[in-house]
Design a protein around this ligand. Structure first.
Ligand SMILES: [Mg+2]
Length: 277
């Protein structure tokens, strides 16, 4: 029963009580409930479960510990086989890999806004919390003589607050030369190649397939899945994936990467992509 129906029923009851109690005829005006106008659909309603999952599901916390525990095992193996004169390196993405931006997504939901609104403001606060397991793992890597590189598509103008945030959370090697932010291109391939000039990359850790290899960039949903199948041996060995149901290329692929489509058209494409029976 909804709120309007209850109000209507109450009105009828009031009328009956008044008529019965006095035993005489009275005119009772019962206000007809006016149905509330249908609220405009919030454009980020689809994000609510994703954000709640990362913020509240202990399973999400466990998945993140699991990813970094696996990373440690794989790094130990890489160290035991390491013969190259180049130092070993671990390459990590930043957002949703080592820093948790779910409060930013929460803000987008509550303000009915969309990226990049409030992004700069959020980053400048430098208040993102570390992803569980990340600080311990990266400090362990450095303690074993491995270098850490942060490769992120945050824009260069956000370098200072990003470094402040990483330092505040206890991450190691937060210094120039270890952080590659986005300059002229979103592809991370050239930044990975630059690191490979001096280092052997033992592990890549990220929440988006483009954090691992250029082959994943701009692919359709079908191709992304086919490529993952083809490269399945890399996952859990050289590639360590963190969960991110809030956003990513997986979502972009649903829109054919047309991020600027109106919210209702994106909603339609999301619904069209659903599999049912
Ligand atoms: Mg990321």
């Amino acid at each position: 029963m909804n709120r309007v129906k209850v109000k209507g029923l109450m009105g009828v009851l009031v009328l009956a009580l008044l008529a019965g109690a006095g035993g005489c005829t009275r005119t009772v005006v019962v206000e007809k409930p006016v149905p509330a106008p249908a609220p405009a659909l919030p454009q980020n309603e689809h994000l609510v479960m994703a954000v709640l999952y990362l913020q509240h599901a202990a399973e999400a916390r466990a998945l993140r510990y699991q990813a970094y525990a696996l990373a440690r095992t794989r790094l130990d193996e890489a160290l035991s086989h390491h013969k190259s004169p180049k130092k070993l390196a671990v390459v990590v993405d930043i957002d949703e890999t080592v820093l948790d931006n779910s409060p930013y997504e929460g803000k987008l939901i509550k303000a009915n806004a969309s990226y990049p609104e409030f992004w700069k403001e959020w980053c400048q606060l430098a208040q993102a919390k570390a992803i569980p397991g990340a600080v311990e793992f990266l400090n362990y890597a450095v303690s074993r003589g491995v270098d850490v590189f942060y490769v992120s598509n945050r824009r260069l103008e956000l370098l200072e607050p990003t470094m402040e945030n990483l330092r505040r959370e206890g991450f190691p090697q937060v210094e120039v030369g270890h952080i590659y932010l986005r300059t002229d291109e979103s592809s991370k391939e050239n930044r990975r190649l630059a690191i490979q000039k001096t280092h052997e990359i033992a592990l890549l850790i990220g929440d988006n397939l483009a954090d691992f290899a250029a082959v994943f960039e701009g692919q359709s949903t079908q191709l992304r899945n086919q490529t993952v199948d083809r490269l399945k041996k890399e996952f859990g060995t050289r590639f360590i994936v963190l969960p991110n149901p809030m956003y990513g290329d997986w979502e972009g692929a649903l829109y054919n990467y047309q991020w600027r489509l109106p919210a209702d058209q994106k909603a339609l494409l999301r619904h069209r992509a659903l599999k049912d029976f």
